[in-house]
Design a protein around this ligand. Structure first.
Ligand code: CA
Length: 231
């Protein structure tokens, strides 16, 4: 059973989300105050958080930023009231995985929840050696979902890992943003390519020495992204 934390002070919205998540067989913990939600999430592992921005106690941006600083890397889906908030939400230091703009349909919310709970099954041979990828100083272990750079562990969120693994398993292959949304998030919604950009930026800030001159995740101008295949 998946554990989902909802932090939303508008009680009717929170309860509506809770009801639908229970239909998906999720165990739901609900908070109406940012501080209380943060304190719980810090101590209890969860599979997904649905987090509003404007909250009493502590706002959603700060809840997300604090949890990331405390090395809580579970997926966080933020509910934003205005489209201007998106850049901030998906910014490097906030660390949210995804967002949904209010008002949203339940169908859209549920698709998003499922996409964030799902982990990508990338075809690899089952033995352990085949499931690890090494390129220069970067090593990805699929089985343990672990990434290290120069023998130091890098903390990635599940979607960051899936994205990096997909690219690294197919070096030199360019994926456009729509491909990546489909493959990593399983979205069939238009207009959320921004989510891909923000994940790429965040990945680069974690693995690249100079994110403006990446040596692992490269930009194919005008098309999308590819993993370096030139040693
Ligand atoms: Ca609110």
């Amino acid at each position: 059973m998946k554990e989902v934390i909802i932090i939303e002070d508008e009680k009717d919205i929170a309860e509506l989300i809770e009801l639908h998540l229970e239909d998906l067989d999720c165990k739901v913990k609900m908070f109406h105050n940012g501080q209380e939600g943060h304190d719980y999430a810090q101590k209890h592992p969860f599979d997904l958080m649905i987090l509003d921005i404007n909250l009493p106690g502590m706002n959603g941006i700060d809840v997300c930023r604090k949890l990331r600083a405390e090395k809580v890397n579970s997926p966080i889906l933020m509910l934003t009231a205005r489209s201007e908030e998106i850049d901030k939400v998906l910014g490097l230091e906030t660390g949210a995985d995804d967002y949904l703009t209010k008002p949203f349909s339940i169908r859209e919310l549920l698709a998003r929840v499922k996409a964030n709970l799902r982990r990508v099954e990338i075809d690899t041979k089952s033995d352990e050696e085949e499931s690890s990828i090494q390129f220069k100083a970067l090593v990805l272990d699929k089985k343990k979902r672990k990434v290290s750079l120069n023998d130091e562990r890098i903390e990635l969120t599940p979607k960051e890992f899936d994205l990096l693994y997909l690219l690294a398993a197919n070096p030199g292959v360019t994926y456009d943003r729509k491909d990546l949304l489909n493959l990593v998030w399983s979205y069939d919604f238009e207009g959320y390519e921004h989510t891909v950009n923000s994940h790429i930026n965040r990945l680069r800030s974690k693995i690249e020495k100079d994110p403006t001159k990446p040596e692992y995740v490269l930009t194919t101008w005008g098309v999308g992204y590819r993993f370096n295949d030139q040693a």
